[in-house]
Design a protein around this ligand. Structure first.
Ligand code: GLV
Length: 397
């Protein structure tokens, strides 16, 4: 393959390097995948406003998320089974993020444990939490994240029931893979992946194995989430999580203003507008289409992040123009990891940063913290484009 210029190039490489069941796990949404596709498609419908003859010689992508300085307004989103995209994937991604100067969020459904990643990295990372039935386990894992020096907790509230992903069911996904002819074939046809995986020690859910009690099949995400995730989750539990954690908390999975307000009432320091990458409620709106109404209602009260469908620095810029302070990327870095390990994650971050910087410059802007809806183009009619954009202000008419 020629030069790697965009995230799509990394995706193509990852497809060739990662066993099908794990590539598919990342590249899938639930049911018809309508929301999964809408996340990216609706970014493409948003147009940018070009401005010229502005001095763009000095530019900055720097900002702060939850009061912590970042090289750009981007964080690596929590992604389950990251360590199955590449051996020791969580360690490699956390190192790439630390070198670049952006936060890494570790999924609770990681292959490497919190402690393993903390020992192998220097910069504190964020830890993602799901509410399980076993409150003892939840309390312990919060304490483990604290002890490991994690700098924020990402409480994810939209996956008490795992969305049905047809590819995973057809692939009979598990970590480690089953020893059936089909699964062995998927692995042996990816020899570099298999070789590295054999050399590393982390091959199943490291945060859970040896810590969670009474789970019958730990290798199957769908089986143990069905057994262990707490369907009775309520805002009271999130309040308890915040108290037990005591540090900065992002509540992730908000698509409704009322839920965003409840998260704020529970002490959220940030909320993340997210449909879980189209992996949960298929038929829900794209994250970018909901962002403006959440920003309008809650933007003055809380820091707002978003994720879903972000595959370029242009997408990041559009989300910032619509009021997000931070943008989380999941698949965009996972494809880099699958393609080339740590170097691939670095490459993904460099691609996003370059696209963000060039787009900002061509919009006639110099500072990523000063982007606004005025950098978007609405055609001849001021107002919302494709139901996405909030009405323009006086300044624009
Ligand atoms: C877990 O977070 C998943 O979406 O599979």
């Amino acid at each position: 393959m020629g030069a790697i210029l965009e995230i799509a190039d990394l995706k193509q490489l990852a497809r060739r390097r990662v066993p099908k069941m794990f590539f598919d796990y990342a590249d899938s949404g639930s049911w018809s995948e309508t929301t999964y596709r809408a996340n990216s498609e609706e970014f493409r419908q948003i147009k940018l406003r070009q401005r010229v003859a502005v001095d763009i010689s000095e530019r900055s992508l720097k900002t702060a998320l939850l009061g912590q300085e970042t090289a750009m307004p981007v964080a690596l989103a929590p992604v389950g089974l990251t360590g199955m995209q590449h051996a020791d994937g969580e360690i490699l991604a956390a190192r790439a993020a630390a070198d670049f100067g952006v936060p890494f969020s570790m999924s609770m459904f990681s292959i490497c444990s919190i402690e393993t990643v903390a020992q192998a990295t220097k910069r504190p990372f964020w830890f993602q939490l799901y509410m399980m039935r076993d409150r003892g386990f939840v309390g312990d894992i919060i304490d483990r994240a604290k002890a490991a020096g994690c700098s924020a907790l990402v409480a994810t509230v939209d996956l008490q029931m795992l969305g049905q992903r047809h590819k995973d069911l057809r692939n009979r996904l598990s970590a480690p893979p089953r020893l059936t002819p089909k699964h062995i074939w998927q692995v042996v046809t990816r020899p570099a992946w298999a070789f590295e995986m054999l050399r590393c020690k982390n091959r199943t859910f490291g945060n859970v194995v040896g810590h969670a009690k009474g789970v019958s099949d730990l290798s199957s995400l769908s089986a143990w989430t069905a057994e262990q995730l707490d369907l009775s989750l309520s805002w009271k539990d999130i309040e308890w999580v915040k108290q037990r954690w005591g540090g900065p908390m992002i509540v992730k999975g908000i698509l409704d203003v009322r839920d965003g307000q409840s998260a704020i009432d529970c002490g959220a320091d940030a909320i993340s507008v997210s449909n879980h990458g189209g992996r949960q409620l298929d038929g829900a709106p794209s994250s970018i289409s909901v962002l403006p109404e959440i920003v309008d209602a809650l933007g003055s009260k809380v820091e707002i992040h978003m994720d879903g469908g972000v595959r370029s620095g242009q997408d990041v810029l559009k989300a910032l123009c619509l009021g997000a302070k931070g943008v989380h990327i999941g698949r965009a870095y996972i494809f880099g990891l699958g393609a080339m390990g740590q170097a691939g994650v670095k490459h993904a971050l460099e691609i996003i940063a370059k696209e963000l910087d060039m787009t900002m410059a061509l919009c006639g802007e110099r500072n990523v913290t000063e982007l606004s809806e005025l950098n978007l183009y609405f055609g001849t009619r001021p107002g919302r484009t494709a139901g996405v954009l909030a009405a323009l202000g006086e300044e624009y008419a």
